[in-house]
Write a protein that binds this ligand. Sequence first.
Ligand SMILES: Nc1ncnc2c1ncn2[C@@H]1O[C@H](COP(=O)(O)OP(=O)(O)OP(=O)(O)O)[C@@H](O)[C@H]1O
Length: 289
Amino acid sequence: MTSTIAPAETADTELQDTTLLTAENVVVEFPSRGKKSFRALDSVSLDIGRSECVGLVGGSGSGKSTLGKAILGLVPVAGGRISFAGDEITHARGAARRRLASSIQVVFQDPYGSLDPRMTVGQVLAEPLVASGAGKTSARGSVAEALDLVKLPRGSADRYPSEFSGGQRQRVAIARALVRRPRLIICDEPVSALDLTTQASIVDLFIDVQRNTGVSYLFVSHDLNVVRRICHRVSVMHKGVIVESGDAETVTLSPAHQYTQRLLLASPVADPVRQAARRRAWAQLRDPQ
Ligand SMILES: Nc1ncnc2c1ncn2[C@@H]1O[C@H](COP(=O)(O)OP(=O)(O)OP(=O)(O)O)[C@@H](O)[C@H]1O
């Protein structure tokens, strides 16, 4: 499907640079009662190219969401540097952060909790546009384009979130992220709350949206099978540190780090390729090089 929603304009100076986001040695610490502060991110480095999907996998509490929040300016960064489209945004606040809000969007795990039940889908989607000064006609056009992109009928704009299934609500949440034409979407476990069939259709949707708009994703997940399907590259986090990075196929099927091998063994297995990868992971854990 071809959409009229194009990626946001790029400045001439950026055209040579294919990197959209860079995190260098990022440190995030949280206060910890009675002890010295708890380091949730310890010198984390990662980059995301234009139109690229980079996966961030790891177990619960490994720091995946914290990196997303650091990029969004939702937690203070105690060390290191984050740049977006050539500009440093590590400590961006106020007007600078508000300008970034149209370029960096987020889709959360919970399609039930993330939509206001009192607003129609059209109102949910138009709200950020109207708040940033768009006229009603232009907002209506952008809402229709966003609904097209997520393959929901345009008539969905007049309905309430409660009238939709979990997968359809996640489509609405993706449309809300797209409506301001972002260049990067932080997808924080966006399919984890969905059943397997719906998961597959939403992953396919993310892939289609990327093809149609050129948007980049930081795709946070604990599921190696999901990131192998959608991501170009993957980084693996454990206890606030990136322990392994590489192309998605290699990291998810032939991981080098013991922690990733354990994640692979913990993931459900259905097809022969994954079964072979699991056998290799078992062999490596038993007999490390
Ligand atoms: N605001 C906060 N205050 C104190 N500790 C926090 C805060 N936010 C996160 N943490 C801690 O930082 C660590 C990393 O949390 P984070 O939510 O980034 O993990 P995660 O990998 O996204 O886990 P999950 O998959 O369970 O969401 C955890 O130990 C968590 O308890």
